[in-house]
Design a protein around this ligand. Structure first.
Ligand code: SAH
Length: 254
């Protein structure tokens, strides 16, 4: 009897933002595999085995899930946000590509989730209304030179840029370096969105001009969105936070 592997996106936080399809995949799994805090977000079910692990062992976790499935388990591998965005789905396919050829006969499904970038954007308006790109600022799995070259290229093309993994205790200087690079090409009033723990109880959203932003305002639960030259603020009365949006047209509305 062969099992199957479903890589499930849990969304940004609140269970309301988990898709019904993801919920079904979690309910029908015999085994849950994932980073501890994500496994903790899934309600316990009698008879379902929970395998929580450390965050730094993605490939081992993927191999473990594939082995369980080879033995007949219906495994749900859980990830925050969307599992295909800087997360477990790529690790599972990497394990399949380089691992036991028998793993290729397994059925592997990906259940999408709302990724942090979209959750953050929705909180402030429509900053991703024009062309945008997303990148991970982490240089754990790629050299900093590549991160920097991609950031410069995205800025040169005037994309809105969404930065995942902006900072951590092991990567303390990279976000500051990135803001310096941004300041070389974008004006001091460019809106920067710092969206922390979106759709979780400790959510905090800041909208600041580039000239006032500091790397220390972000942490590893923060999504950073850098406005393009066309990204605008709509100020509102009575101390309400402005709306941020990027028009779909560029230059003059056709
Ligand atoms: N697969 C995840 C991203 C994993 S990378 C997704 O699709 O959302 C981890 C990074 O995602 C964090 O460093 C942070 O930048 C961002 N992130 C994840 N959840 C978040 C949330 N609820 N609020 C803000 N940023 C979040």
């Amino acid at each position: 009897m062969t099992g199957l592997v479903t890589i499930v996106g849990l969304g940004p936080g609140e269970p309301r933002y988990l898709t019904p399809a993801a919920s079904e995949a979690l309910a029908s799994a015999t085994d849950l595999v994932g980073y501890g805090p994500y496994v903790d977000r899934v309600p316990e079910r009698p008879g379902q085995h929970r395998h929580a692990s450390d965050n730094r062992v993605e490939l081992d976790r993927a191999r473990f899930a594939l082995d369980l499935a080879m033995n007949g388990a219906h495994v749900a591998v859980v990830s925050g946000g969307d599992p295909g965005v800087f997360a477990m789905a790529a690790a599972v396919f990497e394990a399949v590509e380089n691992g036991d050829p028998a793993w290729r006969s397994l059925d592997i499904h990906v259940e999408p989730g709302i990724t942090a970038m979209l959750a953050a954007a929705a909180r402030v308006g429509a900053p991703l209304g024009g062309d945008f790109c997303a990148m991970s600022l982490s240089d754990n799995l790629k050299p900093w030179e590549v991160v920097e070259a991609r950031l410069r290229a995205a800025l040169a093309a005037d994309f809105v840029v969404a930065l995942y993994n902006p900072i951590s205790s092991a990567r303390p200087w990279q976000l500051g370096a990135a803001f310096k690079i941004v300041a070389e090409t974008r004006g001091p009033d460019t809106p920067i969105i710092l969206a922390r723990a979106v759709m979780r109880p400790d959510e905090r959203i800041g909208i600041l001009p580039l000239s006032q932003v500091e790397a220390a305002m972000a942490d590893m639960s923060t999504m950073v969105i850098i406005g393009a030259s066309t990204t605008k603020l709509i100020e509102r009365p009575d101390g309400k936070a402005p709306y941020v949006y990027t028009p779909r047209f560029y230059g003059v509305r056709p």
